[in-house]
Structure formats: structure tokens, C-alpha cells
Design a protein around this ligand. Structure first.
Ligand SMILES: O=C(O)CCC(=O)C(=O)O
Ligand SMILES: [Mn+2]
Length: 207
């Protein structure tokens, strides 16, 4: 495989099985109060193939009218997002090398056919903090390039328990998920993949 772009760190098996199982239970609790919703693309209103929700003080949402944004409340229930579970905050502390805590954790659920097109994470005000992403359940093919959409990309598999950090030069790198490999994990009873993406949104005061 080609080397990873500078600023991308991949930690295969960062979470052992018992940490993965505990995390799935915590995400179930999050989803009970903040149900998965179908995000839609700005302007066209085309539904994305993933379903999503959030935890944290801010949550990332998108719809036809409002486009990509962070907001304080769930777009369907109108309720504030539930807090980020302590076990996820611990992963951030272990992997981010950043002093401030994450403010948002996007929860993406991929069924067998879901994918995510090449995009940048750039709706945050603070790009000094990395994006820390956790994979649970079925494996996927992840792709990442540079800050220019047309540059060469490298692809690699993400498996359950893997953590990826996008920081430094790659904080704004284009990335996406090309496919899910169904039935490659038994972690989730009904299959599929969960991705948890933690981000800082606002600048830390004093920095
Ligand atoms: O599912 C993944 O591994 C990536 C998700 C992602 O890039 C995002 O939600 O912005
Ligand atoms: Mn992303």
C-alpha cells in the first residue's frame, strides 16, 4: 500500500473487543434519545445513504434548506444532543494529542450498501484540532487524498476497533467511504457499520 498522507494516523485494533462492546452499548443509549435520521444534501435535497445522529454540545446536520452546519438540537426531536460518553472522550484524550475536548461526535450508521462520497470536514471554526474517527462493526474501504479533490488518493480497510486521526496537513484532506464489506464483523447483531467522528467546532478561548 502507498504510505498514508502526512497527518493521517491509522491505529488498527485501537479498541479491544470488550471496549468495542461497551462502546456499542453507550451508542445504543445515545440513539434511544437522539434517533438516527436521514440527512439530505444541500440544495438538491437528495438523501445520503448513511443514517446519522450526534452526541455532544453541538451536532452536525445537513438538509436541503439549511445545508451543512452544526446546531445545538436534534433536527427531528428538537431536543439537545445527549452528552458524549466518557469512553469516547477517553479515546479522544488518548489519540488526539489536543488539549481541548471534542464538542461534537457524529454517529454514522452504514447499512450494507451505504457509502460516503469524497469530502472535506470543514464546517468547524477550529482546524487546529484533529478529527478522531472510530470504526465499529463491518469493515469498510476508506479513501483519503490531499486538500485538493483531484489529487491521488490512498485506500485502506478500516476494521472494527480501528481509530483514524486526521490532523496537521491532512485535517482538511478529502476522504470518503467507498464500500462496506457485509458480514465481516459480529459486533453488531444486525450487521452494518458504525462510525463515530469526534471534532472540535469552536476555537478554545485563549488560543
Ligand atoms: O465513516 C467514516 O469512516 C468517515 C465518516 C466521515 O468522513 C464523516 O462523517 O465526515
Ligand atoms: Mn468526513
Amino acid at each position: 500500500m502507498l504510505p498514508l498522507p502526512p497527518g493521517v494516523r491509522h491505529f488498527p485494533g485501537f479498541l479491544d473487543e470488550s471496549r468495542q462492546r461497551a462502546l456499542v452499548e453507550e451508542i445504543r443509549v445515545v440513539v434511544q434519545s437522539a434517533p438516527l435520521f436521514v440527512p439530505t444534501m444541500p440544495k438538491t435535497g437528495k438523501p445520503m445513504s448513511v443514517r446519522m445522529t450526534n452526541c455532544g454540545s453541538l451536532g452536525w446536520v445537513t438538509d436541503k434548506e439549511g445545508g451543512y452546519r452544526y446546531q445545538l438540537f436534534h433536527p427531528v426531536t428538537g431536543e439537545p444532543w445527549p452528552p458524549i460518553p466518557e469512553s469516547l472522550l477517553a479515546i479522544w484524550r488518548e489519540a488526539s494529542e489536543h488539549s481541548g475536548p471534542p464538542e461534537a461526535c457524529l454517529v454514522n450508521f452504514y447499512s450494507d450498501k451505504a457509502k460516503m462520497g469524497l469530502h472535506q470536514d470543514r464546517d468547524e471554526q477550529d482546524f487546529s484540532a484533529p478529527v478522531v474517527s472510530v470504526s465499529l462493526g463491518d469493515s469498510c474501504l476508506f479513501r483519503i487524498g490531499s486538500i485538493h479533490r483531484r489529487d491521488r488518493t490512498v485506500s485502506f480497510k478500516l476494521e472494527s476497533g480501528d481509530v483514524v486521526v486526521l490532523g496537521g496537513e491532512s485535517r482538511l484532506a478529502f476522504h470518503g467511504v467507498d464500500r462496506i464489506y457485509p458480514s465481516t464483523s459480529t459486533l453488531l447483531k444486525n450487521g452494518g457499520r458504525i462510525n463515530l467522528t469526534m471534532r472540535r467546532v469552536t476555537r478554545l478561548s485563549g488560543s
